[in-house]
Design a protein around this ligand. Sequence first.
Ligand code: CA
Length: 490
Amino acid sequence: MKRPNIVFIMADDHAAHAMSCYGSVINETPNIDRIANEGMLLENCFCVNSICSPSRAAILTGKHGHLNGVKTLDVPFDGRQQTFPKMLQSAGYQTAIVGKWHLGEGGNSSPTGFDYWNVLPGQGAYNDPKMYKNGEEVRYEGYTTEIITDLCLDWLNDRDPEKPFMLLCHHKAPHRPWIPSEKHKSLYEDIDIPLPQTFNDDYSNRSRAAEEARMRIERDFSYGDLKCEPPAGERRWARVVPPTDLTEFSLKPIESDEPVTFTSHQEVKEWMYQRYIKDYLRCVASIDDSVGEILDFLDTEGLAEDTIIIYTSDQGFFLGDHGWYDKRFMYEESLRMPFVVRYPREIKAGTRHEAMAVNLDFAETFLDYAGLDIPEDMQGASLRPVFRGETPADWRTSMYYRYWMHLGDHYVSAHYGMRTDRYKLIHYYGEPLGTPGALDESKEPEWELFDLEKDPAEMNNVYHDPEYADLVKELTDELYRLKEEALDFD
Ligand code: CA
């Protein structure tokens, strides 16, 4: 059989609940939906560590962070190790990565295994980006999402049509600080985006970790995030902290001459949410356009049948859920990765699959399709049977998660946990363990258990409920079995 081409499109921080094929009530993503409609949508795809660089390293290697070296944002990737792009390249694939890399620059951290790489340094800029093209600095003018798309299409046009290709198209958007394109900057201008169900979460019945996290809509945005002018002498990235008495408080949007005043803290919170979510969704709209352009290209070139095209994101994101932005927690909105795939030769159009997938599976899936042996030390499983609509008898029924960056950036306590189809057990062990990027401060350990059937929004920790005592024991045993199986001994 002819080896399929692979187009892997990954956004940064695009939550599944901001995609219409996943039932979004806040936006439409017609082009991403097209992949789902013409292929398959995974209902339960999760990341093993909900943060940018670690998810990217897990995808490249098929291994957890404690084995690939990238447990937090503060560790550069060592590109001398085994990755699926290197293996596909050795097997005769033409390989490219365009866009966000975010695994370190220079030395052993530059991309390896790619004939062509053209990547943003660090987080990259939303406009007029500097990029590194096979190591050489290049400046581009324009909106980064569109530039990444054009560079991908240029590479596809210039490829050798006789050989299979693998293209990783990695968008910077819709990562913070959510800067939309000129084209979409007026989208949603005259409407209010609905508030999520858990917007006014007060963090009762849960861990202290949830209450202590610093990613709250009403308290942890900067002036830059909200596109408001900072007061004289204040930095653009300073936090906006509304005072108890709001009479003297106002915010001045950069596009307006008039400051906005408020009569209640709830009003401030809802206003900030609208500022945030609209820009986030405008960034998503550009990504969706990009997906449409790539799909059109595959059609025009007659490549649609022979190409596996995937759209995903490095993790999920809180879209005002629990009163938050950002990710890191093992809660659903952050843990869940969107994942849609089209490959007409093997995937039935318009299907959905509930099998539990994790980002460790992607590497093995690509190797499987390329007809290569899967190395024993990869820790996922090929999704190829799932894509065919099957569920192998030995398919996983639980997954292991670990967030290492204890109290770094948004003050989220380090934790590990496991999820089954119905339950989620989380242990905040409360120690930095010498991890780079972790804050050297201890927290009292705590546990959470959620019954996702009764409490899908994860508002009620039942860990201490006597009715769940037997289950706690069973799930705890399974958690430590998974931890050991993952070769995580810390
Ligand atoms: Ca990310």
